[in-house]
Ligand binder design. Structure first.
Ligand code: ADP
Length: 375
C-alpha cells in the first residue's frame, strides 16, 4: 500500500523534542513531506543556534520513519529557513548578525574535527566563476607543499568535485554511519554528490544543508589531515551562512572573476564570513586574463585587476590571478586538475603560488599585515 503523510506523522509522534518533550509531529516544525515510492524526504525547521541540539532529533526522525514498512530511504534535513508563517522569528542571517555584533554575544564556534588540523572554505558570491576548479587545484597545490589534504565538496547545488578529480563510485561504509573518503591524487575526497542522487529536487537540497555538512564533516573517516578544503555552495544566502557558521573554519578564500558584478558578489561573500567571524584568507581573481595559445598575445577580456582593487578596498589579502586558459578548463573538466597533470606548466605554478599564500595565511596572525617591499 502506498505511504501517506499520516503514516510519517504517526511515526514522528514518537520522536520527542529535547527541551519541551513535545512530539515532533505536534511541534509544527515538520515541513512538507515528499513521498516518492519508498523514498521519504522532509525538513525540520530550527533556529540556527539549535543545530547541535536538534541533530539527535533529526537522527531519531530518520530512524523512526526508516522503520515504517515500505520505506526504503529517508532523508531528513534541518533547515534554518523557517516557513513564512513564522516570519516573526529572526532568520539565521539576522541571528548570526545579532550574535556577532549584539551586546555581549559572541558566535558560538562549532567543535573541531578530530585529526583535522585546519578547515578552509573556498567560496564565491555566485556560480560559474571557477570556484570548484580553484578548490581542486589549490588542494593539489597544498599537497605539493607537503601537506596532508582533504577536499569536501559541500556544493549542494552543483557538486562537481567528483568530476574534476575523475572519481566515481560510492564511498564505503566503515562502521555505523561512518564513510571512508574516496581518494585521488593523494587527496581524501568526499562530495555531497556521492550522498544525494542527482534527481533530488533543488528545493529539497537547501534544507539538507546542515545535516549534509554535519554528516560529511563528522561521519567521514578523514584520518590525519593538515588541511581540509571545503568547496562551498555559491552565493551568500541563508543556506551558505548557516554552513559557514556550522563549520569550524580557520579561514575563507573568495574566488571572483574581474567583472564588476562578480566583484559585488565577492564583496557580499567577504561580508558573510566577517559576520560569522571567519578570517578572510584573501580573494583570488580567476579568469583574470586570456593568453592566446596560438600567438601568446595576452588580452584582458574582463578588464583584469578588479579583484586586486576590491581586496585592497576591503582590507583583505589579494591572493593572485589565474588566467582564463584552455588547458585549465580541459584538465578540470577531464578529471585531471592541472596542478597534478601538468605540474611544470605556468598555470600549475600559478595555483601552487596561490597554495603557498594560503598556507602562509593559515600559519600566522601576520595574515592581514601589509607587505613592504624594499628594492
Ligand atoms: P564554479 O565552481 O564556480 O561553478 P567551475 O570550477 O565548475 O565553477 O568552473 C566553471 C567552468 O569554467 C568549468 O568548465 C571550468 O573548467 C571552467 N574554468 C574554471 N576556471 C577556469 C580558468 N581559469 N580557465 C578556463 N576555464 C576555467
Amino acid at each position: 500500500m502506498a505511504l501517506s503523510q499520516n503514516d510519517i506523522l504517526r511515526a514522528l509522534e514518537l520522536v520527542k523534542l529535547p527541551a519541551s518533550g513535545q512530539s515532533l509531529a505536534a511541534s509544527g516544525r515538520v515541513g512538507d513531506i515528499l513521498i516518492d515510492g519508498g523514498k521519504v524526504i522532509f525538513a525540520i525547521a530550527i533556529d540556527a543556534t539549535e543545530a547541535g541540539a536538534m541533530e539527535p532529533v533529526r537522527k531519531a526522525a530518520e530512524s523512526a520513519v526508516g522503520g515504517i514498512p515500505g520505506v526504503t530511504q529517508v532523508l531528513v534535513g534541518l533547515t534554518g529557513e523557517r516557513a513564512p508563517s513564522r516570519a516573526a522569528a529572526p532568520s539565521p542571517a539576522m541571528q548570526a548578525r545579532q550574535q556577532a555584533h549584539g551586546p555581549g554575544g559572541a558566535v558560538p564556534k562549532p567543535a573541531g574535527i578530530p585529526g583535522v588540523k585546519q578547515i578552509i572554505a573556498v567560496a564565491s558570491g555566485k556560480g560559474g566563476v571557477g570556484k570548484s576548479t580553484t578548490t581542486a587545484n589549490l588542494a593539489v597545490g597544498l599537497a605539493t607543499l607537503g601537506l596532508k589534504v582533504g577536499v569536501l565538496d559541500a556544493d549542494i547545488y552543483g557538486p562537481s568535485v567528483p568530476k574534476i578529480f575523475g572519481v566515481t563510485g560510492k564511498p564505503r561504509l566503515v562502521s555505523g554511519r561512518t564513510l571512508a573518503p574516496m581518494e585521488a591524487y593523494g587527496l581524501k575526497i568526499m562530495s555531497i554528490g556521492f550522498l544525494i542522487d542527482e534527481e533530488t529536487p533543488m528545493i529539497w537540497r537547501g534544507p539538507m544543508v546542515i545535516s549534509a555538512i554535519t554528516q560529511m564533516l563528522r561521519e567521514v573517516a578523514w584520518g590525519e589531515l593538515d588541511v581540509l578544503v571545503v568547496d562551498m555552495p555559491p552565493g551568500t544566502g541563508d543556506a551558505q551562512l548557516t554552513m559557514a557558521q556550522q563549520t569550524p573554519l580557520a579561514g575563507a578564500v573568495i574566488v571572483s572573476t574581474p567583472q564588476d558584478l562578480a566583484l559585488l558578489d565577492a564583496r557580499r561573500g567577504v561580508a558573510m564570513f566577517r559576520r560569522v567571524e571567519v578570517p578572510i584568507l584573501g580573494i583570488v581573481e580567476n579568469m583574470s586574463y586570456f593568453v592566446c595559445p596560438a600567438c601568446g598575445h595576452r588580452s584582458d577580456i574582463f578588464a583584469h585587476g578588479g579583484a586586486r582593487h576590491e581586496a585592497e578596498r576591503l582590507g583583505v589579502p589579494f591572493l593572485g590571478e589565474i588566467p582564463l586558459a584552455m588547458p585549465i578548463r580541459e584538465t578540470s573538466d577531464g578529471g585531471r586538475p592541472i596542478v597534478a597533470s601538468d605540474p611544470d606548466s605556468a598555470h600549475a605554478k600559478a595555483y601552487v603560488a596561490l597554495a603557498r599564500q594560503v598556507k602562509a595565511g593559515l600559519s600566522g596572525p601576520a595574515r592581514a599585515a601589509p607587505r613592504i617591499v624594499i628594492e
